[in-house]
Design a binder for this molecule. Structure first.
Ligand code: NAD
Ligand code: UFG
Length: 349
């Protein structure tokens, strides 16, 4: 397959920077657009260091139609990987309009500019958070949707918009149909094995692994474990953790699928990207000690509002249609997270 130029929106962020590494190492020229609202351009300098290859960076907001159109007119973009957006669940409940504006409106502007530039190939960062409460704790792509916070609803709305765009192609018999992969991530953790790029959260982390890392390194005193009275094997919440490098490899597999016969007449399909097995909070703490030798001080506190007891992926469709499955184990995820934390105790600062 000819390696064409890929525009990575949000490429300076946690997952986007890992995607840039994988793309460059696989021979794709990379163009990044990021407004640096939740990242630093240093991550992109590190991407170039890891790969020994340059990328083009534009500091711009995806909602800035003029700047975005200029990028599309200058660069020979064929596929867009769309990571740009806001992602904190709690913040989305406090600032719903900001989330809908960034995520939903931002994607609409991007899709409009893509259509004008005749670029119709899109890999979108969706989330397992689009799923609703279900009888089964293992989620398949056809499990019922029902997000319960503005962040999750913004992802579900974007999925609807992209499905509608693709459906319209059939009605208007589009010559150049949309080819769209909606990738529903489970819980990405870990970092590139070099320890040069990783997750650099602002302030006190919301998510489990960054919190564990900051307790282990002594920046935070104690991990709050949100509830030990769930109907799970040890009472704590169970999630499907996935190494960020496995996750971004799934995006490259998605590009290959979009370029293949499978999508010859266009389409918009959702795929779960997860390992297909879950670990509890206490199992993560235990594994962390085994892998790093560090004991994580923790305290059981009441449940966090909005948390499910258990959630993990059925990843069979991604295996069947994208030829993708996770390769890394929990110990790799922990070792790589810890390596990043130790080498960058202050993140990119
Ligand atoms: P991140 O915050 O590290 O990266 C997002 C990047 O987008 C940042 O660099 C930010 O500066 C940029 N950005 C935000 N709004 C922008 C805008 N309007 N214009 C241009 N740039 C903008 O987050 P991440 O963890 O790398 O997540 C990437 C994507 O994956 C997001 O869409 C997120 O919702 C989705 N996702 C993440 C997780 C997770 O647990 N990390 C899980 C499921 C889905
Ligand atoms: N947890 C704690 N203490 C903490 C943080 C988390 O006990 O300080 C627990 C949670 O209760 C949950 C598990 O650890 O049982 C994982 O929590 P995270 O916050 O790391 O992840 P979530 O599953 O809640 O959500 C994450 C992202 C969402 C995304 C979802 C699925 O925050 O944006 O994964 O991809 F949608």
């Amino acid at each position: 397959m000819v390696k064409h130029t890929v525009l990575v929106t949000g490429g300076a962020g946690y997952i986007g920077s890992h995607a840039c590494v994988e793309l460059l190492q696989s021979g794709y020229p990379v163009v990044v657009v990021d407004n640096l609202s939740n990242s630093k351009s240093e991550s992109l300098a590190r991407v170039e260091k890891i790969t020994g290859k340059p990328l083009s960076f534009y500091q711009a907001d995806i909602r800035d139609r003029k700047s975005l159109a200029e990028i599309f007119s200058k660069e020979p973009i064929r596929t867009v990987m769309h990571f740009a957006g806001l992602k904190a669940v709690g913040e989305s409940c406090e600032q719903p309009l900001n989330y809908y504006h960034n995520n939903v409106y931002g994607t609409m502007v991007l899709a409009e500019v893509m259509a004008e530039a005749k670029v119709r190939q899109l890999v979108f960062s969706s989330s397992a958070t689009v799923y609703g409460e279900s009888a089964s704790v293992q989620y398949s792509e056809n499990s019922p949707l029902g997000p319960i916070n503005p962040y999750g609803r913004s992802k579900a709305m974007i999925e609807d918009i992209l499905r509608d765009l693709s459906a319209a192609d059939k009605i208007i018999r589009a010559k150049l149909p949309w080819k769209i992969a909606l990738l529903r991530y489970f819980n990405p953790i870990g970092a590139h094995e070099s320890g040069l790029i990783g997750e650099d959260p602002n302030g006190i982390p919301n998510n489990l692994m960054p919190y564990v890392l900051q307790v282990a390194i002594g920046k935070l005193a104690q991990l709050p474990v949100f509830g030990n009275d769930y109907p799970t094997r040890d009472g704590t919440g169970i999630r499907d953790y996935i190494h960020v490098v496995d996750l971004v490899k799934g995006h490259l597999k998605a590009i290959e699928a979009l370029e293949s016969e499978k999508f010859a007449s266009g389409g918009c399909r959702a795929y779960n990207l997860g390992a297909g097995r879950g670990y509890s909070v206490l199992e993560i703490i235990e594994a962390f000690k085994r892998v790093t030798g560090r004991k994580v001080n923790y305290k059981i506190v009441p449940r966090r509002a909005g948390d499910l007891a258990e959630c993990f992926a059925n990843p069979e469709l991604a295996l069947k249609e994208l030829n993708w499955k996770v390769e890394k184990k929990l110990d790799d995820m922990i070792a790589d997270s810890w390596n990043w934390q130790c080498k960058n105790p202050q993140g990119y600062a």
